[in-house]
Write a protein that binds this ligand. Sequence first.
Ligand SMILES: Cc1ncc(COP(=O)(O)O)c(C=O)c1O
Length: 369
Amino acid sequence: MERYYFDHNATTPVAPAVIDAMLPVLRDGFGNASSIHQPGQQAKQALERARRQTANFLGCSPKEIVFTSGGTESDNLAVLGIVRPGQHVVTTAIEHPAVLAACRNLDATYLVPDARGLISPDDLRAAIRPATALVSIMHANNELGVVQDIEALAAIAHDGGAVFHSDGVQAAGKVPVNLKAIDLYSISGHKLNAPKGIGALYVRQGIELYPRQFGGRHEQGRRGGTENVPGAAALGAACELVRDCDGLAAMTARLEKGILDRVPQAVVNGAAAPRVPNTTNIRFAGIEGEAMVIALDLRGFAVSSGAACSSGAVEPSHVLMAIGLTREEAKASIRFSLGLGNTVEQVDALIEAVAASAAHLRRLSPVYA
Ligand SMILES: Cc1ncc(COP(=O)(O)O)c(C=O)c1O
């Protein structure tokens, strides 16, 4: 059976060009980038090349890039590297757990989006207090694909005297970003066709960031630990991949329209907001998302549902609940996320499989009439 992957917001396949860039560093460039001998200097060169590639991609200076182990560490470092005891943070109810959990023991205000998934600038303005050190608002949401106007939100944070961080893990490479307007920006390699275990945090020059991982003076004292040079080389190469966002947007629109045309009582979550070109989140009345994920997997398609397994129980997504969906609606939602390698033929095959699976599951459903 052919297998087609439509879960690129969970993770992406490593691109062949990225493997080609990483392998020589793994094989021959084993030196420690802090060593002064030749193998060390060779590793240092590979690391700094990757830093330049990552900076070019984001539109910042290489000095403003801190390599990390991924999106989670970048988010943790941004939050906990800025907010001191007694200070306040403003974030949103739809952040990834990498931000939400980092805020758990802080004095935090969680902004709730509207039904489209958008954060209101007025709500942000009202939430900022003199003690607010940081505002952290994600650029694109991983489940809905909804894109916030982070430049406008950052301006409000700055007016209130706060530093502005954005989790750009799902936005980087999909929508443009103007880093001049913001202070901290997280990215993750494995969402960009590089391997897991590498990411970066952009830290605007002049922002004072306390390290969260203590050790040597690596990454200009901002993140201790011998650098993952092969990982960085892979991220650098991934930053240079050509990404056809218009093509992705056309395929996502085709998928969305195809499903809505073929399946009654299907509704796009977050449809009224600007979205990244690769994501659509659709709820199917009367269908358990998990059952749909399994039905599609049996037909060879990988997608994900609006629910997560937590302590053995299937819990509806906090993001879908935050935009006002009921538990049942959230649990009836499926995320389709496209990426490099998907084709129009695959999209058409997915539409057929979704239509057939939905009809089958509804026939079995005791609640769907
Ligand atoms: C929006 C967002 N932030 C952060 C992360 C965490 O990134 P990583 O898996 O690299 O730790 C993810 C991963 O799904 C994400 O989607």
